[in-house]
Unconditional design. Structure first.
Length: 805
C-alpha cells in the first residue's frame, strides 16, 4: 500500500515538474499582480569596466586606459557593444522561455553594467532570478521630479564674452559640449531647441555629424530599443530624444513641462520672444532669455510618467553610451549614495561626465527642509536653490471705498506691468459654473466684468497663471492671487496673462474682509520694473539642506538660482503650465540645470580638467555672501555648501582638487570606508570631539610659479590651524611631448598637501560649528580659494553617528 501511494506521489510530482518546465510561460503570462520596472543584471562587465580578454576585443574601461573620458564612439567600444548585444539576445530568449511575452523590454544596459530594464510582475521577476545566467533582479526605485537674470547672476556672460576665460580669452557659449537632461522629456519644436538660434542666428554643429540623431527621433539610431510612441523630430541642436517609461503616452515629447524647463535652463537658445499670446504679451515685461550654455547640444532622456520617474537607471546608462559631457538630474534620490541612483552617477563621473542634481524641495508631507537634502554622493554637485536679482516686487495700493479700514499698501510678487486704479471685486461673488467660483477653476463667461475690474482669486488646485487666464476670459483687467489658510504661503513672481499681483494669506484675508463690506472698492497694482534688483542670493525656504546626518560629507555642495526661473515649457494646455511657451517655476529642479550649464561652460573652457577638479574649482570660488530666507542671517555650509556658483572666477582657479573612482567607492561607510578622507573641497566631522584633523591635496593648474598663503576664519566657537600656512609651487620640471624637438611642452602638475586641524570644538545640540580655510595667491594670479569647515563634538539632532571606519 505504501509503495502504491509513493508511486502515485512520484507520478504526480513528475506531472507537476513537467507542467512547470513546459508551462512557466503560460503561468507567468497571467499578469499576476501589478507590474513594475525591474533591473535584470547579467554577469558580463559593462563598457566602463571591461578590461579586455574576450575574443581579442580591446579594453573599454577609461580607468584601464588612463583616460579622463569614456570614448563612447571608439572602435573598441563598438566591438564590445556588439558582443554585449549578442549576449543580450541569448539571455533575453532564456528569459522569455520562462515568463512568456506578457512583459515589456524597456532598455538594454551596456555602460554601467550589462543587463535589461523590464516591466514585470513580481512573480515574473522571481522566475527570472532562478535562471543560471542572471546575476541579480531588483525593482527599479521610483523617484519624484523635484533665463533672463539666472545665467548672468552666476556670471555665465563673462564666459560667453571671454572676459573670464583664462589664457585665450576666447568667447564660449558651450560650443561642442553635449548635455544630457534626464527628466520628463522635451518640447521638441520649441525655439529654445531650434537648430538655428532665433535671436543670434547661431547654427549648431551636430557632434555626430549633420542629420545624425540618436534615440527615438525620426531617422535616429535607437540601438534596437523601439519607441514606445511616435518618433519625434530632432535637429542639429537637439540631437537625441529617448523614452523609457511605459506610463508616458507621449514620450519623449514632454507632457509635463518640467523636462522642457530644465533643458531650456541648461542650454536653451538666445530668444527674444514673443513669449505668450500676442493679445496679452504686451502685459509682460521680459528681457532676452537663454540657458546657461546656449550653444551646447542636447539629448533628452524621458524617464518619467507624470510626476514619478521609474526608469532613471536606463537614462543614466544611455547618457554614458551616448557620450554626453554633462548630465542634469532634477529628480529626487541619492539618500543611500553607494547603492541607489547616486552610485550610477559615480559611473557617469568615471566616464568623465559632470553631474548636477537637485537638493530637493519641501512638500506637504515634508515641510521641514533641515537635515533632509537629496543626493549625498560625494562625487556629484548637489544644488540648493536661492534667488537671482530679477525684482518681481509689486504693490497693491491706493485703496478707496468699502466700509472698513484697510492697510494702505500691500507688497506682493509678479512679473507683469502695473494696472489701475480700477474696481476690485472677489471672484467668489460671480458665477462660472463651479460651486467654488472663488478658486477660479473655470473660465468666467464673457462680459462677467465690463469695466476692466481687478479680480481676486483664491490660490490652489490649478496653475496660478491659469487662474488669471480664467478671469481674463470674463473681462477682468487685473488679477490678485490670494493665498489661503492651510495652503502654501509663498508669493511667486509669475508672468501672468494680465496685470497681476500675488499676495500672502494675511494680506489676502484683509482684502477679502474689506471687500465683504460696503461698495465702490477701488485700488491699483503699481511698479512695472522686473529688471535687476537687490534681492539676489537669498536661500529659498523650500530648498532642502543639511546637516548630512548619514556620514561626514557636507551637502548640498553649492547653490544657484532656483526661484521664479523663466524657461521653456511644453506648450500643452493639458499640462500644469498650460499652453504658454515659457513660464516661471521655482524649485531646486530649476537651480540644478543652472549648475549643469555652469559645468558645461567649465568643460568647454577647461577640457583637460577631471570632473572632480571642475567640481572643486566651482566650489572653492563660490560666492559666500548669501542670506537665509529671512533675508538677514548669513547662510552656512549646511544651507548652500560652498556658496553660489560664480563663473567669473571658477575657470581661473589656480589650484584644484582631484579624487579617484576607487577612493570614492572605498569611502562607503557601510563597508568600513571613511568619507572624511576624500579629497573634496570641504571638511567635516560631526563627531570630532575636542579636536580633529583632515588632509587635503591640491593640484596646480597655472603655468607659472606661484606663492600661496593660508588663513582661517571661524564662527568664533572653535579654532582652526593649517600646516603649512604658506607654500610655493615652482614649475621646475617639464616634459617634452612628441620628442625633444617638439615645440609644445607641458609642465608636470605639482601637488601640495595641507593638514587642517580644528580644536576647542564645542558641543552644539542643534547644528554644526562652521569655519573656512582661505588660500590666497600672493601675486593675484588666482582668485582666492576657500574650503568650508563643519564640526561638532557629537552628532546634532540626536542622529545616528556615521559608522566607524
Amino acid at each position: 500500500m505504501i509503495m502504491k501511494y509513493l508511486n502515485k506521489f512520484l507520478i504526480l510530482t513528475l506531472i507537476l515538474l513537467f507542467t512547470y518546465q513546459n508551462s512557466l510561460a503560460d503561468i507567468a503570462g497571467l499578469s499576476l499582480g501589478d507590474k513594475s520596472n525591474y533591473v535584470v543584471k547579467f554577469y558580463d562587465a559593462g563598457l566602463l569596466y571591461y578590461t579586455g580578454g574576450i575574443n581579442g576585443m580591446e579594453a573599454t574601461s577609461p580607468k584601464f586606459l588612463h583616460s579622463n573620458k569614456f570614448q563612447a564612439h571608439s572602435p573598441a567600444v563598438k566591438a564590445y557593444s556588439s558582443f554585449l548585444k549578442a549576449e543580450k539576445n541569448i539571455r533575453y530568449n532564456e528569459i522569455k522561455s520562462v515568463i512568456g511575452n506578457n512583459h515589456k523590454l524597456l532598455y538594454h544596459y551596456q555602460a554601467m553594467y550589462h543587463g535589461l530594464l523590464m516591466n514585470l510582475t513580481q512573480e515574473q521577476a522571481q522566475l527570472i532570478k532562478l535562471l543560471p545566467n542572471i546575476k541579480s533582479v531588483n525593482k527599479e526605485p521610483v523617484y519624484e521630479i523635484d533665463l533672463e537674470r539666472g545665467p548672468k547672476w552666476i556670471n555665465a556672460n563673462q564666459i560667453w564674452d571671454g572676459s573670464a576665460v583664462p589664457i585665450t580669452g576666447l568667447p564660449n557659449k558651450g560650443e561642442g559640449i553635449l548635455i544630457g537632461d534626464i527628466d520628463t522629456g522635451i518640447n521638441t519644436d520649441h525655439p529654445f531647441f531650434a537648430e538655428v538660434g532665433p535671436a543670434d542666428g547661431y547654427v549648431h554643429i551636430n557632434p555626430l555629424g549633420a542629420g545624425n540623431f540618436v534615440g527615438h527621433c525620426i531617422g535616429g539610431n535607437n540601438d534596437g530599443i523601439p519607441p514606445p510612441n511616435a518618433e519625434v523630430q530632432c535637429n542639429n541642436k537637439l540631437i537625441g530624444a529617448w523614452a523609457f517609461d511605459v506610463g508616458d503616452a507621449e514620450a519623449p515629447e514632454d507632457n509635463n513641462g518640467h523636462g522642457s524647463h530644465t533643458a531650456g535652463t541648461v542650454a536653451g537658445n538666445f530668444w527674444d520672444g514673443p513669449f505668450f499670446n500676442p493679445s496679452t504679451q504686451s502685459n509682460v515685461v521680459l528681457p532676452q532669455v537663454s540657458g546657461v550654455a546656449p550653444h551646447a547640444n542636447i539629448i533628452a532622456y524621458d524617464v518619467c510618467s507624470s510626476n514619478t520617474c521609474g526608469a532613471t537607471t536606463a537614462g543614466i546608462d544611455r547618457a554614458i553610451l551616448d557620450g554626453v559631457d554633462v548630465i542634469n538630474f532634477s529628480i529626487s534620490g541619492g539618500n543611500s549614495p553607494w547603492v541607489d541612483n547616486d552610485r550610477n552617477f559615480l559611473d557617469a563621473v568615471n566616464a568623465g561626465i559632470f553631474v548636477a542634481a537637485s537638493a530637493g524641495n519641501t512638500r506637504a508631507n515634508n515641510s521641514n527642509p533641515v537635515a533632509d537634502t537629496n543626493h549625498l554622493g560625494p562625487w556629484l554637485m548637489t544644488v540648493a536653490a536661492s534667488t537671482h536679482d530679477r525684482n518681481g516686487n509689486r504693490e497693491l495700493t491706493n485703496f478707496s471705498g468699502g466700509d472698513t479700514s484697510i492697510t494702505p499698501s500691500f507688497d506682493g510678487q509678479s512679473n507683469t506691468i502695473g494696472y489701475g486704479p480700477a474696481a476690485i471685486v472677489y471672484a467668489g461673488d460671480f458665477a462660472n459654473g463651479d460651486p467654488d467660483p472663488e478658486q477660479c477653476l473655470n473660465p468666467f463667461p464673457a462680459d462677467t466684468w465690463t469695466n476692466g475690474e481687478i479680480v481676486l482669486c483664491d490660490r490652489g488646485a490649478i496653475a496660478r497663471v491659469t487662474k488669471g487666464a480664467n478671469v481674463l476670459a470674463g473681462g477682468a483687467g487685473g488679477f490678485i492671487l490670494g493665498n489661503v489658510t492651510g495652503g502654501t504661503d509663498s508669493e511667486v513672481a509669475d508672468f501672468h496673462v494680465l496685470p497681476g499681483i500675488h499676495i500672502n494669506t494675511a494680506k489676502a484675508d484683509e482684502v477679502r474682509t474689506w471687500l465683504s463690506t460696503g461698495a465702490g472698492h477701488m485700488g491699483e497694482i503699481v511698479n512695472s520694473n522686473s529688471g535687476a534688483g537687490t534681492s539676489g542670493d537669498v536661500l529659498a525656504g523650500f530648498s532642502l539642506r543639511g546637516p548630512n546626518l548619514s556620514f561626514d560629507v557636507t551637502k548640498p555642495n553649492i547653490t544657484a538660482p532656483g526661484v521664479t526661473i523663466f524657461s521653456s515649457v511644453s506648450n500643452d494646455p493639458n499640462t500644469p503650465m498650460g499652453a504658454a511657451e515659457l513660464s516661471t517655476i521655482s524649485g531646486t529642479s530649476m537651480s540644478s540645470p543652472h549648475m549643469a550649464g555652469a559645468g558645461a561652460l567649465m568643460k568647454a573652457v577647461q577640457p583637460n580638467w577631471t570632473v572632480s577638479e571642475i567640481n572643486s574649482a566651482i566650489q572653492m570660488t563660490a560666492d559666500k555672501t548669501g542670506r537665509k530666507e529671512d533675508n538677514t542671517t548669513p547662510v552656512d555650509p549646511d544651507d548652500v555648501g560652498s556658496g553660489r556658483v560664480d563663473l567669473a572666477l571658477a575657470a581661473s582657479a589656480g589650484l584644484v582638487m582631484d579624487e579617484t573612482f576607487d577612493n570614492y567607492v572605498n569611502a562607503n561607510p557601510n563597508m568600513g570606508g571613511d568619507p572624511k578622507t576624500l579629497n573634496i573641497p570641504s571638511v567635516r566631522n560631526s563627531t570630532c570631539g575636542a579636536s580633529c584633523s583632515w588632509t587635503r591635496v591640491f593640484t596646480n593648474k597655472l603655468d607659472v610659479s606661484t606663492n600661496w598663503t593660508v588663513t582661517t576664519s571661524t564662527d568664533g566657537t572653535f579654532a582652526l590651524s593649517v600646516v603649512p600656512s604658506s607654500f610655493a609651487v615652482n614649475l621646475t620640471d617639464e616634459i617634452f611631448i612628441n620628442g625633444f624637438e617638439a615645440a609644445v611642452r607641458a609642465h608636470i602638475e605639482s601637488l601640495q598637501s595641507i593638514v587642517i586641524t580644528a580644536s576647542g570644538v564645542p558641543m552644539n545640540p542643534t547644528g554644526m560649528s562652521f569655519g573656512e580655510i582661505i588660500l590666497t595667491e600672493t601675486n593675484g594670479l588666482s582668485p582666492d580659494l576657500h574650503i568650508t569647515v563643519s564640526v561638532n563634538q557629537a552628532l546634532p539632532f540626536g542622529g545616528t553617528p556615521p559608522p566607524d571606519p
